[in-house]
Design a protein around this ligand. Structure first.
Ligand code: NAP
Length: 313
């Protein structure tokens, strides 16, 4: 990407989109176009086409999506499929029609099969069944990734995709029931500290192993890939390091300063025992993460304390 290139970041108010805008500005890219959801509903094909016809961005980061944790996903399978499929097809198609040089599509590690061998390689895509609770979201994301691949094959475009592990950081969603595990824990421990609660009860037994990437590191990788990667196969984005949910809760409690007891409700489901990405492909391309988990949680907690509007979503 040339420093004066016209770049559209879709979803710039979200956690990932806002981090990509920060990273682009940090690296000296000046011509960044954005639209809020209210200004441009990406599910509306005619509006998306009119926007691309007028602005003709040369590069597109597609970080807009309907996103949610396990509860939100499983309660609204139809909405997750429709909105994600529509906005992806509209943006990718209009970008291609209006001569966008390169597009990067943001997916998620939930596209990989439920029982994929761990750590999960990019090549395990579509080798067996998906996890049922987020099947709709995963199918929409796989369609977006495949549409990029098919445009490359049929029309010679240079559209790529990246699949991040669990993310966290500034601008996260801290909704009490519809957020992901790490922001949900930050909020629960913060509220428990404020109310001087004697204990906090978490779901399951704390044994599942998970991986977390700080969102500014992901944004750094997204810009890196835009400049250094072409190919139909996606690229995993993670740290390659895992910890148990029990270790994670202890770390969040420490950062937040909650000193009460942590209890485990083993009548609640644990979820998949292990979910780790194989990050050797990004490493071979020359990229690795920078922010260690404890440092990242500190930065995220600072943001939670000083960004109440987003925290109340
Ligand atoms: N968060 C994670 O842990 C995680 C992990 C792996 C991958 N990812 C991927 O990263 C991408 C971004 O996720 P995120 O965590 O940044 O989500 P987010 O914070 O919820 O941001 C998504 C953004 O997209 C916008 N948007 C949604 N529907 C839209 C529409 N129809 N028209 C216009 N804008 C729309 C949202 O606007 P409103 O809020 O106004 O609706 C929001 O600003 C997604 O593709 C997701 O799969 C996220």
């Amino acid at each position: 990407m040339e420093k004066n290139a016209k770049i559209y970041v879709a979803g710039h108010r979200g956690m990932v989109g806002s981090a990509i805008v920060r990273e682009l500005k940090r690296q000296g890219y000046a011509d960044i176009i954005t639209r809020t959801h209210r200004e441009l509903d990406l599910c509306r094909q005619a509006e998306v086409e009119a926007f691309f016809a007028e602005e003709k961005p040369e590069y597109v980061f597609l970080a807009a999506a309907k996103v949610g944790g396990i509860v939100a996903n499983s309660e609204a399978l139809a909405d997750f499929m429709y909105e994600n499929m529509m906005l992806e097809m509209n943006v990718i198609h209009a970008a291609w029609q209006h001569g966008c040089k390169k597009l990067e599509f943001l997916g998620s590690s939930c596209i990989y099969p439920r029982l994929a061998p761990q750590p999960m390689k990019e090549s395990c895509l579509l080798t067996s069944e998906l996890e049922k609770t987020n099947e709709a979201y995963a199918l929409a994301k796989i369609s977006g990734l495949k549409y990029c691949e098919f445009l490359n094959k049929q029309y010679g475009t240079d559209y790529i995709s990246v699949m991040p592990t669990n993310l966290y950081g500034p601008n996260d969603n801290y909704h009490p029931t519809h957020s992901h595990v790490l922001p949900a824990l930050i909020r629960r421990f913060h509220e428990a500290k404020e109310s001087r609660a004697a204990s906090v009860t978490c779901w399951g037994d704390g044994s599942p192993l998970r991986e977390f990437l700080y969102v500014d590191d992901l944004a750094n990788l997204c810009v890196f890939l835009m400049n250094n990667y072409s190919g139909n196969e996606t690229v995993n984005a993670g740290t390659g390091k895992e910890l148990s949910i029990r270790e994670l809760t202890e770390l969040v409690a420490k950062v937040v300063g909650y000193e009460g007891e942590i209890l485990w409700d083993t009548s609640r489901p644990n979820g998949t025992p292990r979910k780790l990405l194989d990050v050797s492909k990004a490493a071979q391309l020359g990229w690795t993460y920078r922010t260690e988990l404890e440092d990242g949680i500190r930065l995220a907690y600072e943001d939670f304390l000083h960004n109440p509007v987003r925290a109340e979503r």
